[in-house]
Design a protein around this ligand. Sequence first.
Ligand code: RP5
Length: 216
Amino acid sequence: MSAAESVRRPDSDSSRTGPHILMEGKMAQTPLVAIIIASDSDLPVMEQAAEILEKLDICYELILTSAHRSPQRTREYIKEAEAKGVEVLIAGAGGAAHLPGVIAAETILPVVGVPIETTALQGMDSLLSIVQMPGGVPVATMAIGKAGAKNAGILAAQILARKYPKIAEQLVSYKRNLEKEVREKAKGLDGKGFKNRSREPGFKPPSTGSKTDPRR
Ligand code: RP5
């Protein structure tokens, strides 16, 4: 399959809004990424991964299965994903958060883990559970919550970009836009009358860690 064929949205029906949710992976095109969520309560966070993949025009599917509640379904799906040609797996889970690690134990596909915020421990439980994998079974662990889910989508795209030039182009353009947005915001600040000391003649920035710094 050519890159152009494989880099497509899962569904071109513009009447649908939000990420496309295909619980059993029934799609006409091959998904390159699978987003696996452990509970429907994870969706408000994990849809950030779906949104960025859509923005980058990368075909994905979203699957609901739990490491603890449906271990058999989880194993079966991993085999199915490998067979259908999925190349990167993104898994989000909260609390004991075993899903990304269990997936990584079953496949050699790269696994990106997203710790979901929890009420009891604010997602620190999820983060530590996902990041502390034993040697030999890596999970690329993102930040807790929505930023982590978004970055999971971008990291998946970056992995795919090594093979698909079209995805590399999309990422370059995405990065350019990030830079443009910062420049525009900086320009916006210029007009607000704040004093910009760094532009004054003779301005020296404060020391950042020389030997004479009393904090050292
Ligand atoms: C985990 O337990 C899920 O990832 C979710 O973040 C958390 C709570 O799940 P629900 O009880 O809301 O289904 O497996």
